[in-house]
Design a protein around this ligand. Structure first.
Ligand code: RP5
Length: 164
């Protein structure tokens, strides 16, 4: 789960059961060549580990944090309490359809923002992280432009096939 070099994005997930969804974030960061680290740390079960990982990653130069959790999903908020860097929350689907995770992640108090993506939106979380890092990185900006171009071509190809 680890690229070479200091991670520019640290991805935390509340449990290893979250990995099948979170993997999409790692895949996207690999596609963009962004060094990242993904590991398990729970806001409730291992709060000290969350603190250590955030502090270590920040000291090593991480620019964005992604936190994915389900149910009473406080991980992203807990990370945001520990850093000034942007935090992206990924609410994960649950027995309640993810509405519990969505509200737990998004409804942050003033002063401690978490940028929350859709339920199970791990790939979009990674894309948003790339967009944040690209503000100061022309190479990443170019890759984002190419990505948008590929999406446009895909939609146009679909439109060409489906004309009624
Ligand atoms: C959350 O509780 C985790 O992020 C996971 O989505 C959910 C269930 O965790 P496990 O019981 O599978 O460890 O904290």
């Amino acid at each position: 789960m680890n690229d070479k070099g200091s991670p520019r994005v640290l991805i935390l997930m509340g449990s290893d059961s979250d990995w099948p969804v979170v993997k999409a974030a790692c895949d996207l960061l690999e596609e963009f060549g962004v060094p990242h680290r993904a590991t398990v740390a729970s806001a409730h079960r291992t709060p000290e580990r969350v603190r250590e990982l955030v502090q270590e990653a920040e000291a090593a130069g991480a620019g964005v944090f992604i936190a994915a959790a389900g149910m009473a999903a406080h991980l992203a908020g807990a990370v945001a309490a520990l850093t000034y860097r942007p935090v992206i929350g990924v609410p994960l689907s649950s027995k309640m359809g993810g509405i519990d995770s969505l509200l737990s992640t998004a409804q942050m108090p003033n002063g401690v923002p978490v940028a929350t993506v859709a339920v199970d939106g791990a790939a979009n979380a990674a894309l948003l992280a790339v967009q944040i890092l690209a503000v100061g990185d022309p190479r990443l900006s170019q890759r984002l432009a190419e990505h948008k171009g590929r999406m446009r071509e895909t939609v146009l190809a679909k439109a060409a096939k489906l004309v009624k």
